[in-house]
Design a protein around this ligand. Sequence first.
Ligand code: ADP
Ligand code: MG
Length: 509
Amino acid sequence: MYARVASLGGFALDGFVVTVEADLSGGLPSFELVGLPDNAVKEARDRVRSALKNTGFRYPVSRITVNLAPADIKKTGPVYDLPVLLAILTAEGELPAPPTDAAFLGELALDGAVRSVNGVLPMARAAHAAGIRSLFLPRENAAEAAAVDGLTVYPVQTVTQLVDHLRGNVLIEPVPPTPFDPDAGAALEDLADVRGQFEARRALEIAAAGGHNLILIGPPGTGKSMLARRLPSILPPLTREEAVETTEIYSVAGLLHRGEGLMTRRPFRSPHHSVSAMGLSGGGSIPRPGEVSLAHNGVLFLDELPEFKRDALEILRQPMEDGRVTVSRVAASATFPSRFMLVAAMNPCPCGYFGHPTRACNCTPSAIERYLQRISGPLLDRIDLHVEVSPVDYESLAASGPAESSAEVYRRVAAARARQQARYAGTGIYCNAQLTAALQREFCQLTPSADRLLRMAFERMSLSARAWGRVLKVSRTIADLDGDVTIDVPHVSEAIQYRNLDRQYWHSR
Ligand SMILES: Nc1ncnc2c1ncn2[C@@H]1O[C@H](COP(=O)(O)OP(=O)(O)O)[C@@H](O)[C@H]1O
Ligand SMILES: [Mg+2]
C-alpha cells in the first residue's frame, strides 16, 4: 500500500517541492523516516502518531516507511508533519488520493491541531512556479501564501477538518487573495516635534529623497536619535514588490506576526550596540537573516556607532556595497538581500562635548583619536551625508509654533522620487543611491562650472574614488529636490559640505 503527497521545503529564501511517499507493508510494526531529515523532521513520527490517535484514527499496525524526495536536499523543521500524516492515511485507504497539483504543509499538535510554520511565502512562490495550484496550510499562514497570485489557499485548523474536506464531506473555504494596502507615514513619530536643527533636517530630507546613508555626529541630547527615528515618516510607502521581498525575509526569520499577509511598512531596525557580527550579517546552521537583511527596503539605524564591536561594523561593507549578503556554511551558502539605508548617530568623543560651543570637553586628544578610530575609513567612505548636530539654541526651543511636519517634508521627497522613477524606468534601479558607475555617467550630467568645482574639491579633500561617486549621487538628489535636470554649482557645493567629517575629525588618517 503506497501513496504520495506533495509538500514544500525551504532553505534560506529558496523554496522547493518535496514529495512525501508512504509505504505500508507487513512485518514487525515500525516507522522509518528517510530522505535527509533533520531532528525536527524526525520528530514528525511522534507527533503524527499522537495526532492520528487523538483524531479517532487507528495507528496502522504495519511496517511504515516514509520517504522525502528528492533525497539529496536536507529537510528541516516541522512542516512535514501534515503531509506525512496524510500520506499514511492515503496509503491505508482511509482517504482518496489528493489532487496532484495540491501541496500540504504544517506542524501538528498532539491533539491534531495544525500549527503555523516559518518561511511560507518563499515556499508558496516556489510552489506556484513549479505548477502547484492549491495549498493546504496552517490558518495563521494562509494570508501570507495568498499573496502569491494564482494559488488557491485553504486554511487548515485541524486534521479532522482536512480529512472532511478531502472526503468531500465538509469543504474548507479558500481564503481571498491578500490585499496590499501600504501604510503611509501618518501614524509615525513626526518631524514637527524637532525644534531647530535645520541642517540636520535638510540632510534627512536629502537622504530620504535619494536613499542615501547618513551619519549624525554631535553632543548628547541634541536630538540625533529623535531625528533618525523620524526618517520612516518621510520615506515613500513600500511598493508591492518591495513588500513581498521584505515579507519573505521576515517569514524565514519567524518574525512575521500570526495571520499577517504582506508587511505594510518599511522596516526600521535599530539593533543594540552589543549585537554580534553574526547578528548583523545573519547565519547559523539553518541560515537566518541578520539585521542587514531585516532592514532590507528600509532603514538600519546604528545609534552610538563607536560602541559597536569593530568586527560587527566591518561586516557591513559587503552588504552596503552589493545590496545582498552571503552567509557561508560548511554545507551550503545562503544569500539574503540587504538593500537598506544606513543611519548612524554618535558623539564626537567619549565625554560627548568635543566641539561643543559652551561646555568643555575633558577628553585627551589621543582618547578622541582612539574613539574615532573605531569607525574605519572604508565604512565612513560609504556614508554619503555627514552632519554635525549642535545644541539647539534657546530661541528655537522656546519658539511657540510647531516645526515643519513630516507630511510637508514628504511632499518634496515624493516629488524628487517621482523624478528619479521616471528617469530610471527600465534600468532596474529606483533612486540615486543605487546608481552604478555606468548609469552615473549617463544620468549625472554636470554643468562645466559644477564639474570644475567637483574636481577642485576632489583634489583638495583628497577624496577616494568611492567618495567622489557618492558626492556626485548626492548632488544628483539635491538637483532633483530643486527640480533641475542638470547638476549645477549650488548642488555640488552643498553635497561637498556633507563630506566634512573626513576632514574635521578623521583628517589625521
Ligand atoms: N532639537 C530638539 N527638539 C526638540 N526636542 C529635543 C531636541 N533635541 C533633543 N530634544 C529632547 O531631548 C531628548 C533627547 O534627545 P535625543 O534625540 O535622544 O538626543 P541624542 O540622541 O542627540 O543624544 C529628546 O527626547 C527630546 O525630548
Ligand atoms: Mg541618542
